[in-house]
Design a protein around this ligand. Structure first.
Ligand code: GLU
Length: 443
């Protein structure tokens, strides 16, 4: 694509390294990586054979190719995906990712993770994920609006407020969701237009969003850090943390964690990596990123190489960017006590093996970043009931659900003497299996 980069307003996470390759240059298929982890968990959850079969592939894979007129009058063709992995527990649910590396394998894995995330948290939704293979920074706001509206239109009845409910993910935000909502509402009859509002979650507060949704994933990450610290008798005040990704998840995690006295010493995003042993102020870095588009050049820290970034000694490491970042090599270099996965699938199976050998604790994605979908569920309920909850209510309900799932994961891990990822998936699998056994398979 030979477009000049144009600055847009979207909030972007992202990191520098190539997402679909490990550092040795070997191509890694995210969906296969996920299946390896899933097979491991299936050994610990009693499962019917037919349920294993069902979960190995998504139920529906929707791919749309659609043209959109650019600001210069020329047309471009885009490829959009919506993968619906499973809906035995409720309507399909999951984000829409705009990223130049979006592939079918990636979206399939992300959709499957949503199924297990919702099951673990007891959110009555299934799992889905979608996206467009696009570099959003290369498009103007008006182009992004037309792309989003046309994509929503082309998905047609493949999404619906009781069927499949999109949300923001990497490269999309509340503005993207409001465009989707408005397009969908206008595709339906005037009389029940407002009943369609919950077609998406993660909307702005003014257009029907929930208080606390923007920070929800970061807030959930921090609730997990607090549970981990309690269990280990670890003091957060005066501890250090390192972040990969400074989009919605990273920046909110940074702000909330720093309020607990933890010090951010290094951050990496798609523009580079920065380090300051004395600490980097999250609020100042947010202002810098809003102004310049990335963490590179931030005056309050020195720039470091991607290799050195992973070697920074810290207590808490939060990957909050792309998948497949913590490879075997990175895992060997890391010097931290706990990894809290703000991103989906940031650790490869080989990387995890090394971490477990080294005694690094891992709080896996389906647990650590579930705050987003939990508050999405609250938004969906509020829309359905025409309610508007106070922030305190949202936060305390979120806290309750995160804490409950965290302890279910930890109890299962202890009882079966297994790692947290295997345990979290096994808890989710048990729940899904039970429902399949009760309901059977049609016909
Ligand atoms: N994209 C987020 C995730 O991966 C949120 C999904 C949602 O709120 O539906 O969990």
């Amino acid at each position: 694509m030979s477009k000049n980069p144009k600055k847009t307003e979207e909030v972007l996470g992202g990191a520098t390294s190539q997402p679909m390759e490990d550092l040795t240059g070997t191509s890694v298929d995210f969906f296969r990586e996920h299946l390896v982890q899933l097979q491991g968990a299936m050994k610990h959850a009693p499962m019917e054979d037919h349920v294993r079969l069902i979960l190995n592939e998504p139920k529906n894979e929707v791919i749309v190719n659609f043209p959109v007129r650019m600001d210069d009058g020329k047309f471009e063709l885009f490829t959009g995906y919506r993968i619906q992995h499973n809906n035995i527990l409720g309507p399909y649910k999951g984000g829409m990712r705009y990223h130049h590396d979006v592939t079918l394998a990636e979206v399939k894995a992300l959709a499957a993770l949503m199924t297990y995330k919702c099951a673990l948290l007891e959110v009555p939704f299934g799992g889905a994920k979608g996206g467009i293979r696009i570099r959003p920074r290369d498009y103007t706001k008006t182009e992004l609006e037309r792309i989003t509206r046309r994509f929503t239109h082309d998905l047609g009845s493949n999404i619906g407020p009781e069927y499949d409910i999109p949300a923001p993910d990497m490269g999309t935000n509340s503005q993207t969701m409001v465009w989707m909502m408005d397009t969908y509402m206008n595709m339906h009859g005037a009389t029940d237009k407002h009943a369609q509002r919950r077609i998406v979650t993660g909307k702005s507060l003014t257009s029907g969003g929930s208080r606390g949704r923007t920070k929800a994933t970061g807030q959930g990450v921090v609730y997990c850090v607090q549970e981990w610290a309690d269990e280990k008798g670890f003091r957060l005040d005066g501890s250090s943390f390192v972040l990969q990704g400074f989009g919605n998840v990273g920046s909110n995690t940074a702000q909330i964690l720093s309020r607990l006295g933890s010090i951010m010493t290094a951050v990496q995003d798609h523009t580079g990596a920065i380090y300051n042993s004395q600490g980097i102020y999250p609020r100042k870095l947010i202002d810098w990123v809003e102004e310049t588009g990335g963490v590179a050049g931030y005056p309050g820290a020195e720039e470091i190489s991607p290799e050195d970034f992973w070697r920074v000694k810290c207590d808490i490491l939060v990957p909050a960017a792309l998948e497949l970042q913590i490879t075997e090599k990175v895992a060997r270099d890391l010097d931290c006590r706990v990894i809290v996965e703000g991103a989906n699938g940031p650790t490869t199976a080989a990387g995890e093996k090394i971490l477990l050998e080294k005694g690094v604790d891992v709080i896996p994605d389906v647990m650590a970043n579930a705050g987003g979908v939990v508050v999405s569920y609250f938004e969906w309920i509020q829309n359905k009931r025409s309610e508007s909850w106070q922030l305190q209510e949202v936060d305390s309900r979120l806290h309750f659900m995160m804490k409950r799932a965290y302890h279910e994961m930890r109890n299962f891990a202890r009882e079966h003497d297994i790692d947290n990822r295997t345990a979290s998936l096994a808890v989710a699998l048990e729940r899904i299996n039970k429902v399949y056994v009760e309901r059977g398979v049609f016909p």
